[in-house]
Design a protein around this ligand. Structure first.
Ligand SMILES: Nc1ncnc2c1ncn2[C@@H]1O[C@H](COP(=O)(O)OP(=O)(O)O)[C@@H](O)[C@H]1O
Ligand SMILES: Cc1cn([C@H]2C[C@H](O)[C@@H](COP(=O)(O)OP(=O)(O)O)O2)c(=O)[nH]c1=O
Length: 212
């Protein structure tokens, strides 16, 4: 199932999804988009399961990769189906953009742990209307992460990010073939911040409102 007016940003760490989400939100507020309301959200969420995940990401709790996959799936269940969740918001006619979604579990936990478990845990979640995939060489992305972060999280390692980028490529290929109803937009994340923002905005702006 596709959730209309639901957009997802994905990519390895440091590709600029957080930066772009902020810019799109500002632009939405500035240019009042035909009365549409935008909700910007992220995974891990700011809820209690998300908070637990953050402690796993920092290395404070040493969960196995498969436990992380289960936690991300539980967090996602609340994010989609919970009160004030994504389905509720889109049904109310709002546009929702999430920084990361199930594709992150398929890529990260699918690489660090059991890929079949990651797939099973995420098989029933609905898909976004648009997936924006930020593509960038792992070394360039990690250079940005190292400049940004004082402390690196458990997945922020060069070799792992190289593996991740390859896994994302095969995940995208799978969805292109099996779920052509979800539109995939590949963003060249090596471009300038403003140039990328214009591209994303041009797609989001042209989206007609479709009642779900
Ligand atoms: N297109 C870009 N070109 C150069 N630097 C960028 C670009 N987009 C983001 N950055 C910088 O790279 C770092 C990581 O960006 P961020 O948006 O936090 O990435 P992500 O959320 O994907 O991990 C930040 O310091 C940000 O300012
Ligand atoms: C949603 C999700 C995120 N992650 C990872 C990706 C990131 O390394 C980390 C946090 O994501 P994020 O908040 O996007 O990172 P940043 O601090 O760079 O803005 O969680 C998973 O491993 N699996 C998932 O299902």
């Amino acid at each position: 199932m596709i959730v209309r007016n639901f957009f997802v940003f994905e990519g390895i760490d440091g590709t600029g999804t957080t930066t772009q989400l902020k810019l799109i939100k500002e632009r939405f507020l500035r240019e009042e988009n035909e009365g549409r309301e935008l909700i910007v959200t992220c995974e891990p969420t700011t809820g209690p399961i998300g908070a637990l995940i953050r402690r796993g990401l920092s290395g404070e709790y040493r969960f196995t990769a498969d436990t992380m996959a289960r936690l991300f799936a539980a967090d996602r269940g609340e994010h989609i189906y919970g009160s004030d969740g994504i389905l509720e918001q889109t049904k109310a006619g709002k546009t929702v953009i999430s920084d990361r979604y199930l594709f992150s579990t398929l890529a990260y936990q699918g690489s660090a742990g059991d890929p079949q478990l990651a797939e099973q845990l995420n098989a029933e979640f609905p898909l976004p209307e648009y997936l924006f995939y930020f593509d960038l060489d792992a070394d360039a992305a990690m250079n940005r992460v190292e400049k940004r972060n004082a402390r690196l999280e458990i997945y922020e390692k060069r070799e792992f990010q190289r593996i991740l980028r390859n896994r994302y490529a095969s995940i995208l290929e799978h969805y292109r073939i099996e779920h052509p109803e979800m539109k995939i937009v590949v963003i060249d994340a090596s471009l300038g911040i403003q140039e990328i923002s214009e591209k994303i905005w041009s797609i989001i702006r042209n989206k007609p409102i479709i009642e779900t």
